[in-house]
Design a protein around this ligand. Structure first.
Ligand code: AMP
Ligand code: ZN
Length: 110
């Protein structure tokens, strides 16, 4: 999608602090970190949010979940929080699905 911030980051049109990339996913540091470590993991495929998922995305989502602990290990996180905001009323500001991965310090209660 041409007008999507995170698609532009995947395409390298907007710089990011990349921490991981494979055929399906891209991960980078959040520009406004809410914890010592704050990563964003996104599929390269433009999916708006969880509500936009289709049955054919089942395997991709399984792989995305398995990528989370891989990134946490790479960042040496002992514990972490994974959040995905869905829809404006769910706090979503960038409409390309992403998992926030927060850690590196003790996180406040939720
Ligand atoms: P959300 O509110 O769940 O849609 O989260 C969007 C996240 O994207 C926020 O935590 C922002 O700080 C982050 N963000 C926005 N622009 C950039 C950018 N250019 N590079 C990295 N993170 C960004
Ligand atoms: Zn996108």
């Amino acid at each position: 999608m041409t007008d999507c911030l995170f698609c532009k980051i995947v395409a390298g049109e907007i710089p990011s602090q990349t921490v991981f990339e494979d055929d399906d996913f891209f991960a980078f540091r959040d520009i406004s970190p809410k914890a010592d470590t704050h990563l964003l993991l996104i599929p390269k495929k433009h999916i708006v949010n969880l509500d936009d998922l289709q049955p054919e995305d089942e395997a991709l989502m399984g792989k995305m979940m398995l990528t989370v602990p891989k990134l946490a290990k790479q960042e040496n996180l002992e514990g972490y929080r994974t959040i995905t905001n869905t829809g404006a009323k769910g706090g979503q500001e960038v409409f390309h699905m992403h998992f926030h991965i927060l850690g590196g310090s003790e996180l406040p209660g939720f």
